[in-house]
Design a protein around this ligand. Structure first.
Ligand code: ATP
Ligand code: MG
Length: 215
């Protein structure tokens, strides 16, 4: 790069650093966050799992609550169970007293196929009831609520009750919510919201869903 160009680049970087440093200085509130990962593109659940891994890596207590039946065969579920990282409240498989991750899964009811309102609502309420004590447990650092947005969409759970629970949780606790069509009220109250936009998906080009990528 010629000297004039290099000098201009350095000056731009200096100005950029000043702005970033100011932002860092101003961000000094210590509290947990509510993160929403929504949109129609691929990467919502896997993003939440990445953060879960990050949190577990720091030795934090975490919970994974899955609101859609049929995800138990996922690679991550096997990984957590096989490595004694997780213990499921319902099943004895992969039970560990030492693991930092507790999992709750909707074992009955809602799948894309059942479409039985009463049964699905009951199943949603059941898993929500099991997970509720997490929101008053100061030891729990991170709660992932995977696909919970559909529970509000179909009116299985009440969005206002849910927001009240979020607002009253321990101050340092982090919560990640995934699923398409996140309700407006949730977007409003959350601290971080990312919308994943589908630019392309292999499925639409006829490429088969595959182990290790889709589940
Ligand atoms: P992932 O679990 O891979 O992060 P996701 O949580 O963003 O995906 P979901 O809406 O939960 O997406 O759907 C899960 C499944 O649907 C995955 O197998 C994913 O590859 C697939 N999928 C996600 N987005 C699309 C899309 N735009 N078109 C087709 N299939 C999709
Ligand atoms: Mg998902």
């Amino acid at each position: 790069m010629n000297t004039e160009k290099a000098q201009r680049h350095n000056e731009r970087m200096k100005r950029h650093k000043k702005i970033v440093d100011e932002k860092i200085d101003n961000a000094n509130i210590e509290q947990g966050v509510v993160i929403v990962i929504t949109g129609n593109g691929k990467g919502k659940t896997t993003s939440a799992l990445g953060t879960l891994l990050r949190s577990l890596g720091h030795g934090q207590q975490c919970a994974l609550v899955q609101f859609i039946k049929g995800q138990w065969d996922c690679g991550e579920t096997h990984f957590f169970a096989d490595n004694n990282i997780s213990h499921n409240k319902e099943s004895s498989k992969g039970t560990s007293e030492t693991g930092n991750l507790v999992t709750y899964t909707m074992n009955t009811g809602f799948t894309w196929n059942t479409q039985d309102f009463d049964k699905d609502k009951l199943a949603a309420e059941e898993v929500w009831k099991q997970a509720l004590p997490l929101f008053s447990d100061p030891e729990c650092n991170l709660i992932v609520l995977d696909e919970i947005t559909y529970m509000f969409k179909y009116k299985y759970l009440d969005i206002n009750d849910f927001i009240t629970v979020l607002n009253n949780r321990p101050r340092h606790q982090n919560v990640i919510i995934t699923g398409r069509a996140a309700p407006e009220e949730l977007i409003e109250m959350a601290d971080t919201v990312s919308e994943i936009r589908p630019v392309k998906h292999a499925f639409n080009q006829g490429i088969k869903a595959q182990e290790g990528i889709e589940w």
